[in-house]
Design a protein around this ligand. Structure first.
Ligand SMILES: Cc1cc2nc3c(=O)[nH]c(=O)nc-3n(C[C@H](O)[C@H](O)[C@H](O)COP(=O)(O)OP(=O)(O)OC[C@H]3O[C@@H](n4cnc5c(N)ncnc54)[C@H](O)[C@@H]3O)c2cc1C
Length: 488
């Protein structure tokens, strides 16, 4: 696809301009016009990098002139490396359908596969009543990926792998270490009419003009603000505390089966997800004050709190959150008086990797739409979800898959890829699906935030009933594997 430039009052495509007489070509290039691109993607996180990889890997869209803008140092991310016994604290579960998509665009093989951990079982339970649901694929009933429910992976392993794949494909103009200073519409000059084209002004002074501007720029998306698209939602008044943990013994889950655990506490769910070897990653959604306390504790007391979160009662935990220190002793004492099924909880945590504890405020946001004239939003720029279902990044992969398909269709039918008419299929395919998932996770968060009252036995009854119904459980798991609902 080519861009249009103005020549003597008429519009011609840029490749035609290349065949203009030399003097005119010089005049064209000497003017201080923005650089013209078919696609400018702001944001080199998982969503933005996957989109550009999908466009470059597809012969139909590979000729598009594309640019990537990110504030981070992408060369550093591409060469990201950690020793095998250290893991980044930012991990995400990738559903088999996200993994399949990454494979189709040639990125999966660029991930460090020995740092990716598949898991085959999930244990989810109500911290107040103990009602429990177990998910695993009965042999032969799972999707093509076999018995895998999802893959735990460090976000940096993914972005590094995507950057390696993009390097292999080539053809992307990279503007990294570059913040977006301003986005405005272009101007009409003797040469070009860019009045309807977004122009991205970068901190380094460059100006990039986009036939289609993609906002893959996260929850505070400057692209979304430029397009005047409102995003609605609320803050949960909860923080997601993350850390890399070391487990007792050689590994966990028994045999080759790896298990993910999540317990719903009245302050929020606490999840422990398997990483390779005897490591795991923690995602503990809790109040901001609890999160501050957890981050302030010594390693010994933090370990005790995490073990307590899966074993002790919510009342015990509440008390331990009031202590400034000494949780390790408190835990040992309380554990002696607490009966629990040691088969049904994760292995004991024995270590926490230095510097790995951090927390992120949790919120729900949904943009009113994902498209405007010459603008499309993907990933967290379009929606931010509570992490209890581990779906945020997967939703972004679903968006990217759909947008790449929409662009492919527009290119192959000679349409302008930037106009809303061409972009409509993308928003129709993704908006409602994302909205349902945002709603389900929000309701789950609210349902399990209730610590007492008539709702508590009712929700446990619901959980036990679902657990007893294999067809319903298989339905939920199929949804989870295919970018749909996942109960954790
Ligand atoms: C605690 C926690 C646990 C989670 N667990 C899971 C999970 O298990 N599974 C899952 O699927 N999801 C999970 N998520 C969600 C997941 O992390 C996000 O949905 C995902 O990282 C969003 O990717 P993205 O590419 O859309 O945006 P981001 O990763 O936010 O990337 C945005 C990019 O835009 C760039 N950018 C932003 N503004 C500018 C600017 N002005 N100029 C230049 N560049 C800019 C940034 O540098 C960044 O690289 C979790 C989230 C949290 C908080």
């Amino acid at each position: 696809m080519d861009v249009m430039i103005r020549r003597h009052g008429a519009y011609v495509c840029r490749s035609c301009a290349q065949s203009l007489p030399k003097q005119l070509r010089r005049a064209y290039s000497a003017t201080a016009q923005p650089d013209l691109y078919d696609v400018v993607c702001v944001g080199g996180g998982p969503a933005g990098l996957s989109l550009l990889t999908a466009l470059r890997a597809n012969p139909v869209t590979a000729h598009l002139r594309v640019a990537l803008v990110d504030a981070q140092d992408l060369a550093k991310i591409k060469s990201w490396k950690l020793p095998p016994y250290r893991f980044s604290n930012r991990c995400s579960s990738l559903t088999p359908s996200s993994a399949l998509f990454l494979d189709q665009i040639g990125a999966w093989r660029h991930l460090e596969r020995d740092r990716v951990q598949a898991y085959q079982e999930m244990q989810v339970w109500d911290g107040v009543t103990g009602a429990r649901i177990e998910f695993d694929w009965a042999p032969g009933s799972g999707p093509a990926a076999g018995t895998t429910i999802a893959y735990m992976n460090e976000n940096l392993n993914l972005t590094s792998g995507l950057l390696k794949r993009l390097e292999e494909l080539g053809g992307v103009s990279m503007f990294d270490n570059a913040r977006v200073e301003k986005i405005a519409y272009g101007e009409e000059t003797d040469e070009m009419d860019l009045r309807e084209w977004p122009v991205v002004h970068l901190s380094g002074g460059q100006q990039l003009s986009a036939r289609l501007l993609v906002g893959a720029d996260g929850a505070n998306s400057p692209v979304r603000s430029f397009a005047g698209i409102e995003a609605h939602g609320w803050d949960y008044n909860r923080h997601g505390v993350v850390a890399t943990l070391e487990m007792e013994g050689e590994g966990w889950g028994g045999g080759h089966t790896k298990i993910a655990y999540q317990r719903f506490l009245p302050t929020g769910p606490v999840a422990m997800l398997p990483l390779p070897g005897n490591y795991s990653t923690l995602v503990w959604s809790t109040t901001p004050s609890n999160a501050s306390l957890l981050k302030s504790l010594s390693a010994k007391d933090l370990i005790a709190m995490v073990n307590a979160a899966f074993r002790l009662s919510p009342t015990d935990l509440e008390y331990m959150h009031t202590q400034e220190s000494g949780q390790a002793d408190e835990y040992s004492w309380r554990l002696e008086h607490t009966p629990f099924d040691c088969q049904a909880v994760p292995q004991t945590v024995v270590g926490v990797q230095e510097g790995s504890i951090a927390s992120f405020p949790l919120k729900l946001r949904h943009a009113d739409t994902y498209i405007a004239e010459r603008v499309a939003l993907v990933g967290d720029a379009a929606h931010t979800i509570h992490p209890l279902a581990g779906q945020g990044l997967n939703q972004g992969q679903g968006d990217v898959q759909s947008l790449a398909k929409t662009i492919e269709y527009a290119v192959s039918h000679g349409q302008d890829i930037g106009v809303t008419m061409s972009l409509e299929p993308y928003v129709s395919e993704r908006y409602a699906a994302n909205h349902v998932l945002l709603g389900v996770c929000d309701k789950l968060h609210k349902l399990y935030s209730v610590g007492s009252g008539p709702l508590v036995p009712l929700r446990s009854l619901g959980l036990s009933a679902v657990n007893a119904m294999n067809p319903l459980k298989n339905f939920l798991m199929n949804q989870a594997a295919g970018n749909g609902i996942k109960v954790f």
